[in-house]
Design a protein around this ligand. Structure first.
Ligand SMILES: Nc1ncnc2c1ncn2[C@@H]1O[C@H](COP(=O)(O)OP(=O)(O)O)[C@@H](O)[C@H]1O
Ligand SMILES: [Mg+2]
Length: 264
């Protein structure tokens, strides 16, 4: 089955296009890496697929339905969690919160059943031992794994992850990447993962989409990640280097250059 299908999709904010004319098809069970510089439209595309943003033209189907009719099939992990860390929630409670929204209903009481499931999912991401620790006291990698666990509580068929590795140091990145690999191999879930730095995720991506206000390229990593394509988005210094049969992308730090150019 097709998990996500877009045809000539243009997404707008107050009438102005942020991402134009995107066509692609993602089959169920595949992992798509969504790559593009800052402001390219990555979050915009994720939010539209998740039915958080509704202003678009063209065709967009999630499991053959309007995105808003597929919400119960979707798990969404936002880039920076809107979780208020002043509220002293334990890791287990944060995960359990993911079980409170089901089929559009909000249940206010955390049942035994939800707590049991939350513990199971927390163990799945390797954090059973910190279930009673306060979320705000966990390391960056642990927090991101808790948020992944929270999204898994509703057994999503489509998991949307917005820059799950940003702001993490290399060892925390490896922690989160390992959990993403585990989700991919053990759960029958389709994933779309946005990222600035594609390299830590290349192993788990079946497909890569490169966007920059419009679709630049979509296909298997070896088709999309070519010098020509990468340079067209990230500038002449960007390149793709094959290392031991794998690809490594050097895209530089787009923000720094842009911010400097913008005259801070
Ligand atoms: N709520 C909004 N209202 C108006 N414009 C927005 C809004 N959110 C994002 N944009 C614009 O849409 C474009 C894409 O943004 P975004 O999807 O956040 O990019 P990315 O996630 O790739 O960094 C940017 O030009 C941004 O300014
Ligand atoms: Mg973004």
């Amino acid at each position: 089955m097709t998990a996500v299908e877009a045809e000539n999709l243009t997404i707008l904010y107050e009438g102005k296009p942020a991402l134009s004319d995107v066509t692609f098809r993602l089959d169920e069970g595949k992992t798509l890496l969504l790559l593009g510089p800052n402001g390219a439209g990555k979050t915009t595309l994720l939010k539209t697929i998740a039915c958080f943003h509704r202003e678009y033209r063209g065709k967009l189907l999630v499991f053959g339905r309007d995105p808003c009719d597929a919400r119960h099939l979707i798990g969404y992990v936002p880039q920076s969690s809107s979780l208020n860390e002043r509220v002293p929630l334990t890791a287990l409670e944060v995960v359990a919160m993911g079980g409170l929204y089901r089929r559009g209903f909000v249940h206010f009481k955390i049942s035994e059943e939800i707590l049991r499931k939350a513990e199971e999912v927390l163990t799945f991401v390797g954090l059973g031992h910190v279930k009673d620790r306060l979320f705000r006291e966990l390391s960056g990698g642990q927090k991101q794994r808790v948020l992944l666990a929270r999204a898994l509580m509703s057994d999503p068929k489509l998991l949307l992850l917005d820059e799950p590795l940003s702001a993490l140091d290399p060892s925390a990145r490896a922690e989160v990447t390992n959990v993403l690999s585990k989700i991919k191999s053990e759960k029958n879930v389709t994933m779309i993962i946005t990222t600035h730095d594609i390299n830590p995720l290349l192993e788990i991506g079946d497909l890569v989409m490169l966007i920059n206000k419009r679709l630049i390229a979509f296909g298997r990593p070896e088709e999309v990640l070519t010098d020509g394509v990468i340079k067209s988005v990230y500038g002449p210094l960007a390149k793709v280097i094959p290392v031991g049969g794998k690809l490594y992308c050097i895209t530089g730090d787009f923000h720094l250059h842009r911010d400097r150019g913008g005259g801070l």
